[in-house]
Design a protein. Structure first.
Length: 133
């Protein structure tokens, strides 16, 4: 028998502006992706794309411990909340903070488009916009 096609985890993920003001040359926290409920997502099967109006700022993947790697440009990186990587899963109540890489400043007031993709099925888990300041 044919196997059913893989489907992406169903999770409620929300985007919000991070606390840092985007007004200097520090490595500011830009925005937060928070898991609000639904399926847990394996860090090793998750990819996050971040775009502004003109370009792709980041393609971020995670190892099983939740350690992020950005394979596009040197604009943003990501850090998971404390102990989130312990069980290799992005679970309800955990969050990921996206941070500027030294030498790049996100403009306050920019709208960033964020896509979270399940790499097993290549399907979108969530897509949304966040205005950062």
């Amino acid at each position: 028998g044919a196997k059913a096609p893989k489907s992406a985890p169903q999770a409620q993920l929300t985007l919000s502006d991070a606390d840092d003001a985007l007004d200097d040359n520090q490595n500011d926290s830009v925005f937060i992706l928070e898991h609000k409920g639904g399926d847990s997502i394996a860090f090793g099967q998750m990819k996050v794309l971040v775009k502004n109006s003109t370009m792709l700022l980041a393609t971020i993947t995670f190892d099983n411990n939740g350690i992020a790697t950005n394979t596009t440009g040197s604009y943003l990186n990501a850090t998971v909340s404390d102990n989130a990587g312990v069980n290799s899963m992005f679970d309800t109540g955990e969050w990921i903070t996206f941070v500027e890489i030294a030498g790049y400043n996100v403009t306050s007031g920019d709208t960033l488009t964020v896509q979270v993709i399940d790499t097993q099925s290549n399907q979108l888990i969530v897509e949304g916009d966040v205005v950062v300041s």
